[in-house]
Design a protein around this ligand. Structure first.
Ligand SMILES: [Zn+2]
Length: 333
């Protein structure tokens, strides 16, 4: 068993040499499917004597024994974390705690990444990376994504256009209101044009914020291909997609590919490596209650906070928002 797994690992590297683009969907492309803890254990186990290795570690030991340093780095190091945001208003509206991060907090987070030399990943590099044309990403690569195109995001994103944020908009709702989330005003086409010319990449979030697994063939084509055309007709856009509500299934993923998108984001947490399915890219949501430390945890691992830490952050955040609300109520009275 163990020898067979090791042989599979060696053969996987040779298959990759004959076609470096063929990585997603193969066993050698699954390194980042495991969380950070399992990856550490796997690295340690792969160093054990052959007879003690479990079969997963044997596979990776086989890969390691055949791969060059650059190939090993591509498979197990080269990766990035994609963050996602929604509103950047900080207006403390009840029911939007999960959607809204205050703009000053967003500013601090971007400053912190800059200070710690995290490197923003440009949309073209992202596409080249998943197409197998760019094989090495610098350490601490990250991506800021923002869904829905709320008007309150415009100014914060203009301030930080140099980190190449990606904004995903439902193209038939531009300039309207977010009926699917709090009925807030959405940015207009003019505002999106300003963002695009400043360097913010505008991508698709379908036409009408559609939940794609619920649609059949023609409706899928309309939402996906239609939205890409809407964007191309109005501004310099990128053929990237974020699934509304993070939801996709096999049919919508293949429709996204057929509609000309080069990659698509879910809201499942984790890091993205060269072997990650480009139509199921992982992202981690930044929340209003994230501290500097919990934010760094997210951008370093791409994963959710451990449950107790998250619960503690939420408890810590609540009193201050209650105080703010009480103050406002006092002023109004
Ligand atoms: Zn959305």
């Amino acid at each position: 068993m163990v020898e067979r797994a090791e042989l599979r690992g060696r053969l996987a590297v040779e298959a990759l040499r004959s076609d470096p683009r063929r990585l997603a969907g193969t066993e050698a492309g699954t390194w980042f499917d495991a969380g950070w803890k399992r990856r550490i254990v796997r690295r340690a186990l792969a160093r054990l004597p052959r007879s003690l290795r479990p079969s997963d570690a044997a596979f990776w030991a086989g890969v390691r024994s055949t791969a060059s340093r650059a190939e090993w780095r591509r498979l197990t190091r080269s990766s990035y974390v994609a963050l996602y945001y929604h509103r950047l208003a900080g207006d403390g509206k009840v029911g939007q705690e999960r959607l809204d991060v205050a703009p000053e907090r967003f500013d601090r987070q971007i400053r912190l990444l800059r200070l710690l030399r995290f490197r923003p990943l440009a949309p073209l590099d992202l596409q080249a990376f998943h197409a197998g044309e760019l094989t090495d990403l610098p350490p601490r690569s990250y991506l800021v994504t923002v869904d829905d195109g709320f008007r309150d995001c415009v100014e914060p994103l203009l301030r930080h256009a140099d980190v190449r944020p990606q904004l995903f908009v439902p193209t038939q709702e531009v300039g309207g209101r977010s009926w699917w989330a709090g009925d807030e005003p959405l940015a207009s086409w003019e505002e999106l044009e300003r963002l695009a010319s400043a360097g913010v990449a505008i991508g698709s979030h379908t036409r009408r914020h559609a939940s794609l697994p619920e649609l059949d063939g023609p409706a899928l084509v309309d939402e996906l291909e239609g939205s890409r055309r809407d964007l191309e007709a109005r501004l310099a856009s990128v053929p990237l997609l974020a699934y509304p509500h993070g939801r996709s299934d096999a049919a919508s993923r293949s429709a996204a590919r057929a509609a000309g998108y080069r990659a698509a984001f879910t809201t499942d947490p984790g890091r993205n490596g060269a072997g990650t399915d480009p139509y199921q890219l992982r992202r981690i949501g930044v929340k209003a209650w994230d501290s500097r430390l919990s934010f760094l945890w997210k951008v370093a691992t791409g994963e959710l906070l451990p449950a107790r830490w998250e619960a503690w952050r939420i408890r810590r955040a609540r009193p201050s928002s209650l105080r703010r609300r009480a103050k406002r109520a006092g002023r109004a009275a």
